[in-house]
Design a protein around this ligand. Structure first.
Ligand SMILES: [Zn+2]
Length: 282
């Protein structure tokens, strides 16, 4: 067996050239821009795309082969809005699941090579690890699919980060510098007068790994229902692991009328770097 590895990121510039050398593409990626890129490149090159994806306790698999059936865009014409894509902390996956779905993908690839059996073309296999069952959905080709229909509107690869709204303003929350505080500043503030409430917007299992002393845990997705637990008159510093989720929390609180709220720049990782190296990083 010969294995070619590519130490490069798959992009719109190189995908067609790389895929062109192979008969079957198996998509083991974990993000929406790459998934649409892989789909579109496979449609343009008329190659089968053995698809799998996983989320929490569930997985799905199919074979997208536009010559004989629907493509990924026929099933999911639009990517989910970036704000709704759960982070790994919120939508983490049962560790065994990539194995379950990966074996299904490998099986489909071998069947395509052998030309035996019924491939998952036009079928979406859904695996539920908690119920331990498989279900199957019939998939139809979308006659208006932008890439695999008879009159496609897409004839080349596009900018998939932009298509998925990633790296654009829609995904990131930008805070003015006065709404940010560094870990060292927070430490000296706590030492001076301590009139700061620290709100940890991570998930509870992250809180179990490490925490800033006296931080109050309110996971980001519970903030809107637990906002009454916070006092508008107090100084609040929100933090998460690296600062992105808590920036959303600060924005949310500002919009709810909280004026004395700041984001811990760099999150608990920065706290570990700058203030307390005994706080484990994860
Ligand atoms: Zn399609």
């Amino acid at each position: 067996m010969e294995v070619d590895t590519y130490e490069t990121r798959l992009t719109s510039e190189n995908a067609l050239e790389i895929f062109d050398k192979y008969d079957i593409v198996i998509d083991g990626t974990d993000n929406f821009p790459t998934r649409y890129l892989v789909n579109d490149a496979c449609v343009l090159l008329e190659k089968p795309n053995v698809y799998g994806s996983i989320f929490r306790f569930e997985g799905q698999a199919s074979v997208f082969y536009a010559k004989e059936g629907p493509c990924y865009r026929c099933l999911y014409p639009e990517p989910p809005p970036p704000g709704l894509v759960p982070s790994c902390a919120e939508g983490g996956v049962l560790g065994i699941l990539p194995g379950n779905i990966g074996l299904i993908q490998a099986t489909e690839a071998v069947k395509l090579i052998l030309g035996r059996g019924e491939p998952l073309i036009g079928r979406l296999l859904l695996f539920d690890a908690l119920a331990m069952n498989y279900r199957e959905l019939k998939l139809r080709k979308d006659p208006d699919c932008p890439i695999c229909s008879e009159n496609p509107t897409l004839k080349t690869l596009i900018d998939y980060e932009e298509f998925c709204g990633i790296g654009t303003e829609a995904d990131k929350v930008h805070l003015e510098p006065e709404y940010e505080i560094t870990a060292s500043e927070l430490k000296s503030r706590l030492q001076q007068n301590g009139d700061v409430v620290i709100v940890d917007v991570r998930e509870s299992y992250e809180y179990e790994i490490c925490r800033i002393p006296n931080a109050k845990l309110i996971p980001l997705n519970e903030l809107s229902t637990r906002i009454h637990e916070l006092d508008r008159n107090q100084n609040i510093v929100a933090h998460c692991r690296s600062g992105a989720r808590s920036a959303k929390a600060v924005k949310f609180l500002q919009e709810a009328g909280f004026e004395k709220v700041k984001n811990l720049k760099g999150g608990i990782l920065a706290w570990s770097d700058e203030v307390d190296p005994s706080v484990p990083k994860y």
